[in-house]
Design a protein around this ligand. Structure first.
Ligand code: ZN
Ligand code: ZN
Ligand code: FE
Length: 766
């Protein structure tokens, strides 16, 4: 064994700040009787250490094998040195230093140690709503700058009491250098506001619970923003919330106290258990048990429900099971329809006054607003159950997606709906939390301020900007404006190319490889100025070729056809040469003038843009079969139509490739015959989904013969239709195709910014 004295300098990159890495290094070095120091730098953790050579080897091996649970080492550099004769081992003050990249940890749900203390009457933090430690608690939502230190978080204003300060300074304590450490003596507090009444602490918690039991709606300031909460088993309360929030149908997520309760109301697989209890505690879309007594108004027309477990101590205290207290609470984003999530009290009073009966507030400021993430497990054959994102936000953002390249600073601004933006640097693509639909000034402000803050926090100065080709998107206008102001190159990426590039990067596809991209989407601006959305692209990161697409049809009234899918239904019927009277049999109460307008638009092609969007085909067909004439949330008709599909039906409708066009008219003819014959919507829905998935298979088989593409990538919002996805994956796999599905970012427009960034990187000549 080599006992000669040596020294070593170590630099570690990755998720190593705010995860207890320094105390871990300190304790390890002390145990091994090594001398030196450790500190947080702007780019990770630096260690200088002296000792016998063999012991140093052991130290280095243990840095990898015993790292704390939340840590992730992405880069490890070391250099041997002559011994420097340090005295003891210490944790030194953080160094700001040269700007560099440093991943920022997402927020972490309450850990089991803290949970035990929360419930222990002898603990000094018994029932304290802000209990946390190095292994849990807020991170991204409170961070104002890096390095991650209390003075650069919204906890800075709370002066630690002597006891907290002692824990914070004690390397053997679980709260050693836990930046948000707090207790009832020195930390944030809760209070309940109802009109003129204001009560604090434990009384506020009890007051909130009793109001919830009475069916009231409470605005609760949480981790990343406000929630609106009410009893999820009380139909009247849920209806009241829907009315006040102007949200008649869109599903509402619920929070349940524990897994046993979730199991009583929902069907839960092992993979779903895993997601529900993961550190991020996302909303998981679960199958609803028919015997559940949750209000049917939570998700009208659907057989699923979005469920999450309590993720902060405050939620644990509010949700505590007790006789008469609801088994589930609605916990929906605290905002008015279409507006960003609310994060501060004044805003809440102003905007939620007419919705909430009372407010449960606290004084820990929210630096970065973060909506709850939404996930779903996709049950595939052969026991595979991949989890996918519908919304990637709280608990995940801003954890980066790792890429196999060394990228410069690129800003990708995303699309319009479900906007996220993305900054790259080095091997990282940092994707923002969910920003929302960029359709109004409030959201635009959040978007603009968010980008600046993200650039500062991650220390990325963009070298160029990537954006969507749609000239009307506010994100596009922002990108072009900024590019001019700062003389930066700007690269436009076609919407569906970005979708497939995102899916490729999500699966670490190598540069230069090409895939067949099946983009099934709602809306995307095509290179010919029409609206695309049912595309088969031969793609690599740099370029794409449009090999096939859904035969275009007209959208009478443009965007108005999206909100009123009966218009699309009439257009489809007319284009297929079917009698309009067949459609009127489904729709009741349509005004004669409205019908006349649509017919005029179709005949003259005025205000009736052409589209190849499969999302719109689904809308129109769904409206025709279910009679859903108007929708109040995106893709509502198609989602309700999918929920009807009979899982045992095997027959299918014909849909074939004619040249480069995927011909849906034959499908509509067959469907119309069944509809007239009085077949149930359940059978028709199944046959429709079967028809579309087998058409995808035949198209891919045909295209494969003419290309060298290795795999089929599925992207676009329509792939959130799990009936279609399951059938298509089964069909493609049995034909031997390798399939790329989204895993780290959503298939919908929430993943667009990642695709824009990687496509722009390769187009720029890399
Ligand atoms: Zn903890
Ligand atoms: Zn304290
Ligand atoms: Fe899209």
């Amino acid at each position: 064994m080599d006992t000669s004295a040596r020294g070593v300098s170590i630099h570690i990159r990755g998720l190593v700040q705010g995860v207890g890495f320094r105390p871990f290094v300190y304790n390890l070095a002390s145990r091994l009787a090594l001398q030196g120091w450790v500190l947080n730098s702007a780019s990770g953790v630096n260690i200088e250490v002296d000792g016998p050579a063999a012991t140093l080897e052991e130290f280095i091996a243990s840095l990898h094998s015993q790292a704390p649970p939340l840590a992730r080492i992405d880069g490890f550099e070391m250099a041997w040195q002559p011994p420097r004769r340090f005295a003891g081992f210490e944790i030194r003050r953080s160094q700001a230093g040269e700007p560099d990249i440093q991943p920022v940890l997402p927020d972490v749900s309450i850990c089991s140690d803290c949970l035990a203390e929360l419930n222990d009457p002898d603990d000094r933090r018994y029932r304290y709503p802000f209990i946390n430690c190095t292994n849990c608690g807020p991170r991204y939502t409170i961070i104002q700058g890096i390095p991650y230190d209390r003075r650069l978080t919204t906890m800075e204003r709370f002066q630690m009491c002597p006891q907290c300060a002692a824990e914070y300074a004690d390397p053997s304590d679980r709260r050693f250098h836990a930046q948000p450490v707090a207790c009832p003596d020195c930390g944030p507090r809760v209070w309940l506001c109802a009109g003129e009444e204001r009560i604090e602490g434990e009384e506020a918690l009890q007051g909130t619970r009793s109001r919830l039991m009475q069916g009231q709606i409470i605005g609760i300031r949480g981790l990343g923003g406000f929630h609106l909460a009410c009893d999820a088993t009380d139909s009247a309360a849920v209806r009241r919330l829907r009315q006040r929030k102007h949200r008649p149908h869109k599903p509402l997520a619920v929070m349940m106290p524990d897994l046993e309760t979730v199991k009583r109301h929902c069907l839960v697989s092992e993979a779903e258990f895993g997601l529900l209890t993961s550190r991020a505690r996302p909303i998981v879309i679960l199958g609803r048990r028919p015997d559940s007594d949750l209000a049917l108004e939570l998700a009208p027309g659907q057989n699923t429900i979005g469920v999450m477990l309590p993720y902060t101590p405050l939620h644990v205290l509010i949700m505590q099971p007790a006789p008469g207290f609801p088994e589930a609470l609605v916990m929906t984003s605290g905002n008015r329809s279409e507006e960003p999530l609310i994060v501060d009290d004044e805003e809440a009073f102003d905007r939620l006054r007419g919705i909430a009966d009372a407010f449960l507030l606290h004084d820990r400021e929210i630096q970065h607003r973060c909506d709850d993430s939404v996930t779903r497990v996709l049950p595939l054959e052969a026991g595979r159950a991949p989890a996918c994102f519908i919304r990637r936000s709280r608990g995940y953002a801003p954890d980066p997606v790792r890429l196999p390249w060394d990228l410069p600073g690129i800003l990708a601004v995303g699309g319009e709906l479900k906007n996220t933006y993305c900054l790259t640097r080095g091997p990282y693509a940092f994707i923002s939390q969910h920003i929302g639909d960029l359709k109004n000034n409030e959201t635009l402000e959040v978007f603009e301020a968010g980008i600046r803050g993200f650039e500062e926090l991650l220390r990325v100065r963009p070298a160029f900007i990537a954006f969507d080709l749609h000239p009307d998107y506010l994100s596009t206008q922002y990108a072009l404006h900024r590019a001019t102001e700062e003389s930066l190159p700007a690269i436009g990426i076609q919407h569906h190319h970005a979708h497939i590039a995102a899916c490729m990067a999500d699966n670490c596809v190598a540069a230069g490889e090409s895939v067949i991209g099946v983009v099934f989407d709602g809306t995307g601006y095509g290179t010919d100025g029409t609206i695309w959305g049912g595309e088969f692209l031969l793609c690599d990161y740099r370029q794409f070729e449009r090999l096939a697409f859904l035969a275009p049809f007209r959208l009478p009234g443009g965007d108005s056809a999206v909100a009123h899918p009966w218009r699309t239904a009439l257009s489809l019927m007319a284009a297929a040469g079917l009698p309009a009277s067949d459609a009127y049999a489904t729709f009741s109460g349509l005004a004669v003038e409205e019908i006349a307008t649509v017919q005029r638009q179709l005949e003259c092609g005025i205000n009736a843009p052409l589209t190849s969007s499969i999302g719109r085909l689904f809308d129109g067909v769904a409206a025709l079969v279910t009679g859903r004439q108007h929708i109040t949330y995106e893709a509502q008709a198609a989602i309700e139509f999918e929920a009807l599909a009979d899982p045992d039906e095997t027959e299918t409708y014909p849909m074939d490739l004619a040249g480069e066009r995927l011909e849906w008219r034959s499908l509509l003819h067959a469907l119309n015959v069944d509809l007239r014959a009085g077949l149930t919507p359940n059978v028709i829905s199944a046959r429709f989904h079967n028809g579309v998935s087998s058409a995808i298979l035949r198209t891919c088989l045909h295209l494969q013969r003419h290309t060298s593409a290795g795999a089929v990538a599925l992207s676009g919002g329509v792939w959130q239709n799990h009936t279609l996805l399951r059938k298509t994956v089964a069909a493609l796999e049995s034909a031997g195709f390798k399939i790329l599905l989204h895993r780290q970012v959503p298939a919908n427009d929430g993943g667009l910014s990642l695709g824009q960034a990687v496509a722009a990187y390769h187009i720029a000549g890399n």
